[in-house]
Design a protein around this ligand. Sequence first.
Ligand code: PAP
Length: 324
Amino acid sequence: MATINPPKTTSTSALFDDLPTEKWINLANLYQWKGFWYRRPHLEAVMEARSSFKARDEDVILASSMKTGTTWLKALIPSIMDPNARIVGETNSDDNSDPLVQNFPNVLIPSFEIQIFAENSTYNILDMPSPRLFRTHMPYAMLPDSIKTSGCKIVYITRDPKDTVLSLWHFMNSIRKPEERPFPLNEFFESFCKGLHPFGPFHDHVLGYWKESMMRPEKILFLRYEDMKRDTSGQVKKLASFLGRPFAKEEEVAKVVWMCSFERLKNLEVNKNGVEPDAGFPKSAYFRLGVVGDWKNSLSMEMKKQLDEITCNKLEGSGLDLLN
Ligand code: PAP
């Protein structure tokens, strides 16, 4: 399929020469632009999205920092929007017509920076029928203007940064060769605390969406992973109502919750083997453990104290609590 997105409008090479740059965990150079850090291909895509993306009122944008529970929502949002997912049978069973059985979740909600606006993209977003579903790790301030000004809806998910950094560490280790050692956790953690990680600083990312969701709750639904785990049905109902697709029956809620549950997704053939082609990570790495508080198994008490202090300082006065 040929690329039929709007032609590229941004020329970026000269700009990169002038941006602050830092090495991230011996893995990639990050570039700082307007207060946030990016890998170069992601930043190029962000710039392209900002200059050419035209949101429609019916679009739904899933936004997050990395490793905060996005994949759960990559499954939940399409299922909530799909009328077939609400057809309740006698028992729950895998059905080949279920898009989650056929597709890795990243396919169901393509990413602006990893897929749609990436170099050599083949996505045709102009011909996509509405409601179009997209996802992004862009900070709120960096979103294309038309997302902010149109009637489209944004769903944001976040998570305790201690579990986020640990999940990110495991995720990055998943692309190490078997003979290579894991990235040193201390260095990885310090870098995260400094805000030096893709789409970081984490806390600034969270605050951008949080503040906007306080001002425009009809525009941005702000979710926390811990709430989703504690009260999955309640949060899924809230999400469905926000998207204008409230459930009629409790059985429908239960079905969608089951369809998108960690245990089910992790064990679906489509998610078990192979590598996700756009980002290059093993598909199984997107379904690691799926619990709250795994940080306790790897972070020291000093690390906990350090990151909790940063979180408390950064979020002070915001009304947002992220600590578990
Ligand atoms: P992404 O930014 O690369 O898309 P993201 O999906 O945000 O990653 O985060 C992955 C985390 O969500 C993993 O957490 P863990 O490392 O602590 O285990 C993953 O296990 C978890 N996850 C994925 N799918 C689900 C799900 N259906 N329910 C609960 N947690 C999930």
